[in-house]
Design a protein around this ligand. Structure first.
Ligand SMILES: [Zn+2]
Length: 358
């Protein structure tokens, strides 16, 4: 055998050994992934990633969770479908609205998540028939793109069929801000205020209902979910009839790819100071409830987070915060007079679903 041939065969041997070892590693990896629960496997199967500031958007072009062919348009030819970039654009814009316009604390700065959560993972996949879902737990998915020890993240799930301009990404992100402040997840507060927050991006203001004036009406409010936004809108108008926010020029000019219409459609939003004060006060209220009930102030069981037991504490917080805003509203005065004292705890609301859903 010539020296060249010997060297070549030695090289081939090394390559074969490397490929073999890699095969063993990949097989071991595949074995490890197969042992994971389905919720983890499904999300880890999203093999493409678009990183935009604190958001990592995961998606795939193959298999059951593949982005539909019609949604793969990549006008700027940067290798990332415009649909995925638009989701990231909405998330960054919404975060700026929450932090810069409402003055809210980013969840990564909250005692619950600070120092642990590195990013917000956004999974775009076919996960039930919902548009979006947000989790409050810190999760380590151990994705192939993660460092060896994995990455602690918060999770937003979005439907792979999400229509253009749909506000689910912003809505789910608002839940993360709520989760950074308080453990309460009673739907009339949790979904009601999240729907109200969508108005930051949407043109005009959402429909307002009336403020409760009797215990029966209050009990009715406690049984609502998204539709409680009409109560919040009414309270927002009573405390802030003008309803204008100052949107900086660069935020005002942000646009989705392939669209002339701005992401922040106008500067109409009622009740920005009320919303901030409410979240900050709920942050204090849940500490009191934790102390009284011997609960971990940073982590309650899911059932406790949604328990009707919380309604009175949340309501008392609403009353205390509303009193801070000098208001000409007769309707608000009537509500404070009628329901501003200890209102007792009405009978339990219907059972709530276990996770946050839109
Ligand atoms: Zn929601």
């Amino acid at each position: 055998m010539s020296r060249l041939l010997a060297r070549t065969s030695r090289l081939a041997g090394i390559v074969a050994w490397l490929v073999g070892s890699l095969g063993i590693v990949l097989a071991a990896d595949a074995e490890r992934v197969r042992s994971w629960p389905k919720w983890q496997q499904d999300r880890v199967s999203l093999d493409r990633r678009f990183v935009c500031e604190e958001f990592q958007v995961h998606y795939t072009l193959t298999g059951p969770h593949a982005l539909p062919a019609a949604d793969r348009l990549d006008d700027d030819r940067d290798g990332v479908p415009d649909k995925i970039q638009n989701i990231a654009l909405q998330l960054v814009t919404a975060r700026r609205c929450y932090v810069e316009l409402l003055g809210l604390r980013h969840p990564k700065e909250s005692p619950r998540y600070k120092g642990r959560v590195k990013s917000i993972d956004v999974n775009v996949w076919a996960f039930q028939s919902k548009n979006g879902m947000a989790g409050d737990a810190i999760v380590n998915y151990h994705r192939p793109s993660d460092p060896p020890e994995g990455l602690e993240v918060l999770t937003i799930d979005l439907s792979v069929k999400l229509p253009p301009r749909n506000l689910s990404p912003a809505h789910e992100l608002f839940h993360m801000f709520q989760n950074g402040y308080t453990l309460f997840k009673n739907a009339w507060y949790y979904e009601g205020t999240a729907r109200w927050s969508e108005d930051l991006l949407r043109e005009g203001a959402g429909q307002a209902g009336s403020l409760p004036a009797t215990s029966a009406e209050l009990e009715g409010l406690f049984n609502l979910s998204y539709d409680a936004s009409r109560f919040w809108q009414a309270l927002a108008r009573a405390t802030d009839p003008k309803g204008k926010i100052r949107v900086p020029q660069d935020l005002r000019s942000a646009r989705y790819r392939g669209s002339e219409k701005p992401i922040v459609e106008d500067d109409v939003f009622h009740g920005a100071p009320l919303l901030k004060a409410l979240l900050e006060e709920l942050d204090n209220t849940d500490d009191l409830v934790s102390r009284e009930n011997g609960l971990n102030p940073l982590d309650w069981p899911e059932s406790r987070q949604r328990s009707p037991e919380n309604n009175r504490a949340i309501w008392n917080t609403v009353i205390n915060v509303s009193r801070r805003f000098a208001s000409q509203s007769l309707e608000l005065k009537r509500m404070l007079d009628a329901l501003g004292r200890d209102v007792g705890n009405p009978k339990p609301a219907a059972e709530q679903p276990l996770r946050t859903e839109r």
